[in-house]
Design a protein around this ligand. Structure first.
Ligand code: CDP
Length: 201
């Protein structure tokens, strides 16, 4: 049986860290679906049209060095509202979810749209301030000019865009288990996710 673990949540909630750790713990493959949208967003910043960029996305586009920047994050959430962009990325995500040996996918709409049949659905969240502080520390390590205020504004703008869009808005699936990491350290958040997967398999 192929096990799919769907992990959704708002910006910088800790989905990536938790997903990687869950995948390593169970020997599952991991797909950071945000990277697909970031790669399309980066292409639009380079002058390409969003839908054509999504439809012609190549594996090497996911290796671009700038994908983690705040500018690309904003561009990603802008292309992510476009139905045709989302549609172009569905088959790849579903095929990944079906791979034998188990898969963890993290994003915004995995439990609701991409893999509504996933055996485990987690919705990872935290207060906007805590999420922005974590992202600030990540970004500041690479770019000394970044400010806390800018990162908080970026996180809030993306959350608002992601939650209010018509197509696959960010929201917990009805049967998702909520993990609020506001007061959890990384080890405790990972342990909570691992417990959920263990009890499902
Ligand atoms: O790492 P972070 O949580 O900040 O963002 P990300 O997961 O890399 O996603 C970047 C942007 O892509 C999000 O703000 C969403 O607009 C979009 N996205 C989406 O619409 N659906 C997904 N499954 C994953 C990301």
């Amino acid at each position: 049986m192929s096990i799919t673990v769907a992990i959704d949540g708002p910006a910088a909630a800790g989905k990536g860290t938790i997903s990687k750790a869950v995948a390593a713990h169970f020997g599952f493959a991991h797909l950071d679906t945000g990277l697909l949208y970031r790669a399309v967003g980066a292409k639009t910043l380079a002058g390409f049209e969003a839908i054509a960029a999504a439809q012609s996305l190549q594996a090497e586009d996911l290796d671009a060095s700038n994908l983690r920047s705040a500018e690309v994050a904003q561009a990603a959430s802008k292309v992510a509202v476009i139905a045709e962009v989302r549609a172009a990325l569905v088959d790849f995500q579903r095929a990944f979810a079906q791979r034998s040996g188990g898969a963890v996918l993290d994003g915004r709409d995995i439990g609701t749209v991409i893999c509504p049949e996933a055996q485990v659905k987690l919705f990872v969240t935290a207060s906007a301030e805590v999420r922005a502080e974590r992202r600030y520390l990540e970004l500041a390590a690479k770019d000394g000019d970044v400010t806390r205020a800018d990162v908080l504004a970026d996180v809030k703008a993306r959350d608002a865009r992601d939650m209010t869009r018509a197509e696959a808005p960010l929201k917990p699936a009805e049967d998702a288990v909520l993990i609020d990491t506001t007061d959890l350290d990384i080890a405790a958040a990972i342990a909570a996710a691992v417990r959920q997967v263990s009890s499902a398999i």
